[in-house]
Design a protein around this ligand. Structure first.
Ligand code: AMP
Length: 196
């Protein structure tokens, strides 16, 4: 969201779109809800159909977009590439988070290797840092397994295509946004103003 404000382009979040569909009680929302509650990934075709529709809208076509939460599988990345052809994504950013601790007030992330200076007190705003509620042992295990099997291969996929940058996800949301803007701008400079 912050990145899309920075570049003044639409924020296209598959998670937000799916949550909106659940709230509205659409057929897709009803289908999606159970899987989302269990932390499962939804089917590639269903997700990409929704993304294709959104990326066909005029605001996205005119200004470009920040796609958030997608692709999460290599099959989605392949479908996305053919959807965008003859153009392509400028860049995929991997936000590296090895954390389950978050500030309830400002959303800053911490990890065991980068904890707050004072236990359970946020360095950024002084708020309370808690263990994430959805991080029950079962849910963590499920998410990590899914991530390793389905999403982690995307890192190599985009790296092979020279489309990948990684940034650490710890610290405040603003700090993470600043890191993303920095890698985007560095890449732009290397390419003489263009990203690709
Ligand atoms: P998020 O807010 O991006 O974490 O997404 C919330 C939930 O929506 C995920 O746990 C998945 O169940 C589903 N979801 C969001 N994006 C995708 C995607 N690209 N592929 C499959 N499922 C997704």
């Amino acid at each position: 969201m912050r990145l899309s404000h920075h570049y003044v382009v639409p924020h296209v979040s598959t998670g937000d779109m799916l949550r909106a569909a659940v709230k509205q009680g659409t057929a897709m929302g009803l289908k999606a809800k159970d899987q989302m509650d269990r932390g499962e990934l939804l089917g590639d075709d269903l997700v990409m159909e929704m993304v294709a529709e959104r990326l066909g809208e005029s605001d996205v076509r005119a200004r470009g977009f920040i796609l958030d939460g997608c692709p999460r599988t290599v099959a989605q990345a392949e479908q996305l590439a053919s959807l965008l052809a003859p153009f392509d994504l400028d860049l995929a950013i991997d936000i590296e988070i090895h954390t389950s601790q978050v500030c309830v007030d400002c959303g800053a992330n911490y990890s065991l290797s980068a904890p707050p200076l004072i236990n359970w007190t946020c360095d950024v705003c002084g708020g309370e840092v808690v263990q994430r509620e959805d991080d029950t042992e079962d849910a963590i295990e499920r998410r990590l397994k899914l991530y390793e099997r389905q999403t982690a291969p995307l890192i190599e996929w985009y790296r092979d295509r020279n489309q990948l940058e990684s940034v650490p996800g710890t610290g405040s949301p603003d700090a993470v946004t600043r890191r993303m803007v920095k890698v985007i701008e560095q890449r732009r400079e290397r390419k003489g103003g263009r990203l690709t």
